[in-house]
Write a protein that binds this ligand. Sequence first.
Ligand SMILES: [Zn+2]
Length: 326
Amino acid sequence: MTTSSLQFDLPKPDITTWRAGNTGVEGVWQFDSGRAGRDVLITALIHGNELCGAWALKGLLQAAVRPQQGKLTLAFCNLAAFDRFDPADHDASRFVDEDLNRQWQLDRIESGSTLERRRARALRPFIAHADWLLDLHSMHERAAPLLLAGMQARNLELAKRLRTPEHVVVDAGHKDGVRMRDFGRFGTLNPIGDDAQTQSLLLECGFHGDVSSRTVAQDMCVRFLQAAQTLPAENLQRLLPGWLQADSECQWVLEVTGAVVALSADFRFTEPFQGLECIGKAGTVIGWNGSEPVSTPYDDCVLVMPSVRQAKPGVTVVRFARRRPL
Ligand SMILES: [Zn+2]
């Protein structure tokens, strides 16, 4: 089955009411409790076709969720791409000029006139000040949710406290640019080292067009705000009834050991992998990078987010991971 035949059920949220923001930066809302506490940031629409996070932020705004300590910032990130969203061609609205989630390095943020670099410049102060970041995404394929925790052990500890999702990915990001969740104080690329007070998680909630992706995003917002002590659990339950879902029965760490980068648009898998397949035998051919066979490097190799949707030279098409209990 090609992904273009996947049905897109999740409607585009109407965020007209919430578009302006209250910070002077379009799409960015900030609420200050006036009390000491964490500066917590939840972001959505880093990719314009990833609607689940926009639904979650809209819900938080409609419910008038306000921090009881610290600050809460909610940001709709790539509005220009979101404006172009068409369910019949949803990949086309991932970005306008280039991927906003690869621009988080100073040489790109501080120069360049692409729409995404200008937007990264506008968003930068909010990302730089945040202590905790939850970045809500969805996926090209129909697959179980994935929490991307980066390389820091403290993010894994937080994932354990959140008690969901089942799969937590440890990875260093992409070769083609730095993600927002690895920027500045969050990141291992920071010249003065990353800041141990920070937490940053990226949640891939499921397929872009599945209604369940919205449920996953909403559930994680409740857990994250509670863990950050932005609001007590009882307030979250009252303001956001039905958002909290059952805990995962078990949690696995998927340690990414390497990525396969497309050499050209001519990349294909040998099977319609959905992601999280565990390939028993090392050396199993799972795809063709042009005329080059791509094989698994070790036994029990897990495939993380296989996709040829955006395949072109330099783009990651699958990552390999080892699995262990969290
Ligand atoms: Zn995304």
